[in-house]
Design a protein around this ligand. Structure first.
Ligand code: 9MR
Length: 392
């Protein structure tokens, strides 16, 4: 059976659902005539649970029938239900989604998502309560008039936002990226936003965000989430994140874990050599983070298939090997229990839109291809999970 863009979704949905149904489903598919995609092996979620881990993915809002990474797409919903024990909204909890202006909230999209997740027994992480960069705050927030007492007005805006979101979801959300990407990788310093300028500086703003989240969601894991990676050129970013985490400790700010986004970037076909070159500095960074008592969460795993040939075979193999090597290092840290992918299929990945390959061939960053067929990366994740030291 050929998966063309035109015959696409109905068939893909059938494939994913059939794969979920195990051998009987696969036989049903085969009965459609032709050689169907290989039936996916047992779900990643079951494998992760057996090791005391959780694996999950982001997903998106969509109207019924929309072809996007949404629960409303039956093919994607089937993948999420089979492979995931945890979900996160890709965009729908961001200020840009929730806050049309300084006084109103629009929870309609996120509510639809968490209601679906709840109905399917899938816990949801919150991403995020403050994306501390001017370009990722809504336009109105950057031009907002904080009035005659700006510090008080800014404090009220931030506290009101975090309290309203956390109280609305209560114990339905047990882990939040409270602050996202506050460190400027160019110099390791903290960004300023209109909000932080009014409030009295970035540290005061981030501290307030975490303290407010602790009060409003007392049982939740509170995470500082950033993209400092293990690739070369990230030393300033690592140093900046460590300084921030040290500062949180020194000031008694309630931060439980570092969110290691993990948008990892392949370094060529010699994955073994690349991992050997990267691993030392990366471990030193993670050792410093965990020595301070922070937990670790892989919050946004996907792979930019850079410096690899266009040919799918060697490219997929290198992506899989690189992912495996990365996860093996990460699973060596008992502080890590949750791994979230930033999308299950290449079909919906953000990377193609924001960073296409220079040679024009489509990116292959996720465990399933654009036709929802499992790739070597998925097998690599399953193998890394199976080899992970058991969590108690
Ligand atoms: O994948 C997300 C993309 O759809 C959005 O356009 C973008 C801006 O909101 O955010 C992307 O997700 C980012 C995440 O929220 C934070 N870390 C980096 C992710 C990829 O850019």
């Amino acid at each position: 059976m050929q998966f063309s863009r035109r015959n696409g979704l109905a068939l893909l949905g059938a494939a994913a659902v059939a794969a979920c149904d195990g051998p009987r489903g696969a036989a049903r598919l085969a009965g459609l005539g032709g050689s169907g995609p290989p039936a996916a092996p047992a779900g990643l979620h079951a494998a992760a649970t057996a090791r005391g881990l959780r694996v999950g993915s982001c997903f998106a809002w969509g109207a019924p029938g929309d072809d996007r990474g949404s629960f409303a797409n039956p093919a994607y919903a089937a993948l999420l239900k089979r492979d995931c024990g945890l979900l996160v909204a890709e965009n729908e909890m961001k200020w840009q989604a929730l806050r049309p202006d300084a006084t109103r909230f629009d929870f309609s999209r996120f509510d639809a998502m968490i209601n679906w997740a709840d109905a399917n027994g899938l816990p949801v992480r919150g991403h995020n309560l403050l994306w501390h960069q001017p370009k990722w705050m809504p336009q109105w927030a950057e031009t907002h008039d904080f009035g005659a007492t700006p510090a008080r007005a800014a404090e009220r805006l931030l506290v009101d936002h975090i309290t309203t979101v956390c109280r609305r979801y209560g114990t339905r959300i047990r882990s939040y990226d409270v602050v996202n990407e506050a460190v400027n990788p160019a110099d390791g310093g903290l960004y300023q936003t209109a909000l932080s300028r009014a409030l009295g500086g970035p540290e005061a703003t981030l501290d307030l965000a975490f303290r407010t989240a602790r009060t409003a969601a007392p049982g939740a894991q509170l995470v500082y989430n950033d993209y400092m990676g293990w690739e070369p050129g990230n030393a300033r970013h690592h140093a900046g994140v460590l300084k921030l985490l040290e500062g949180f400790k020194a000031r008694g700010v309630p931060v439980d874990a570092l969110g290691v986004q993990s948008h990892i970037v392949t370094q060529g076909l010699d994955t073994r050599g690349a991992i050997a070159a990267l691993e030392g500095d990366w471990r030193r960074f993670l050792d410093a983070v965990t020595a301070m008592g922070y937990g670790l969460v892989i919050t946004e795993l996907d792979v930019r298939d850079n410096a690899l040939p266009a040919a799918i075979g060697p490219r997929d193999t290198a992506v899989a090997d690189f992912t495996r090597g990365y996860l093996d290092v990460m699973f060596g840290y008992p502080a890590l229990r949750d791994v979230l992918l930033w999308g299950m299929t290449d079909r919906y990945s953000w990377i193609e839109g924001l960073e296409p390959r220079p040679d024009g061939v489509k990116r292959r960053p996720c465990p399933y291809d654009a036709g929802f067929v499992p790739k070597p990366m998925r097998a690599a994740i399953a193998a890394a999970i199976a080899a992970a030291p058991m969590r108690g």
